[in-house]
Write a protein that binds this ligand. Structure first.
Ligand code: ADP
Length: 273
């Protein structure tokens, strides 16, 4: 298992060497460097606390979810329709909370340099096709079609299959959530110089230019998203962190009312000379 830390981790604590005659500027740079290291350490400590606290919330949440499932089992005695409805809402809310807690744990772990990814050579086409099979289940209720356009050159990425699928599920569930019924979602795999590019394109509500950076921040949502669908603003920041941790990048091309294309890259396992 490789633990891929933030790209500048190797620079931590490094001192900027001072050239002769530049003492004042150099001292200021060293101060800034120290402030920077302190802030990084503070972020790491806070993220570790958040990850541990969220982890502690999982056991009681799993108990709530498990016991509500048991309550719904008729062999434990009869319930009125109204009671069954209440139990089902507790169960839904419990699952939703568990998903939030899992996302917060992952984000906090990345920020604390404590999330391990396991990069292996994986077929990008195959990984996308498997994720889309599950994505089609999410799209069925709205009769949204998901098509894949794979790359005939069979690109092999150096990536953690489970984490790439986690990113794809997030992008696919957003594409479905922010699109009208009976529209089309297209997932593309394309080889690029040294990278493979994967994109999820929809015909949904789109994202205005002013929101395109903000939506990758924790708990941020685009203008109008609240009226459209429930959400917490954790999926994209987590996905972007997971992609960056594997040496890739993530971004969006979109215009309001004209759909969105969320894309990410992953390094190729064998890169050109
Ligand atoms: P959530 O969807 O739970 O709010 P995300 O972090 O996944 O959280 O997305 C952040 C925001 O980005 C969303 O609230 C929405 O405003 C916007 N967004 C994400 N995906 C799409 C999409 N495919 N089409 C339009 N807006 C999107």
């Amino acid at each position: 298992m490789a633990n891929h830390s933030a790209p500048d981790a190797s620079d931590r604590g490094r001192r900027v060497p001072c050239a002769e005659g530049e003492d004042a500027l150099c001292a200021r740079m060293q101060e800034l460097e120290q402030d920077n290291n302190r802030l990084r350490e503070e972020l790491r400590r806070r993220s570790t606390f958040l990850a541990s606290m969220s982890h502690e919330m999982k056991a009681p949440l799993n108990a709530i979810n498990g016991f509500t499932e048991l309550l719904s089992d008729p062999s434990f005695g009869p319930m009125t329709d109204e009671q069954r409805g209440f139990v089902s809402r507790v169960h839904e809310a419990g699952n939703h909370l568990l998903q939030l807690v899992n996302d917060i744990i992952d984000i906090a772990r990345v920020d604390a340099d404590r999330l391990a990814v396991d990069p292996q050579p994986i077929s990008a086409n195959h990984c996308v096709e498997q994720a889309v099979l599950i994505g089609r289940g999410m799209a069925r209720d709205k009769s949204i079609r998901i098509e894949t356009v794979t790359d005939a050159t069979q690109p092999v990425a150096m990536a953690d299959d489970r984490r790439v699928k986690q990113v794809l599920f997030n992008l696919l569930s957003n594409a479905v959530k922010y699109s009208d019924p009976e529209t089309l979602v297209t997932v593309r795999v394309q080889r690029e110089e040294g990278f493979v590019r994967v994109s999820v394109q929809d015909e949904g509500i789109g994202v205005g230019r002013e929101d395109q950076e903000r939506i990758f921040e924790v708990f941020e949502r685009a203008e109008g998203a609240d009226e459209r669908a429930e959400g917490s603003g954790l999926g994209l920041p987590l996905s972007q962190r997971l992609v960056q941790l594997q040496g890739g990048e993530m971004g969006v091309k979109s215009a309001p009312g004209r759909g969105s294309e969320f894309w990410f890259t992953l390094p190729l396992a064998v890169r050109p000379e």
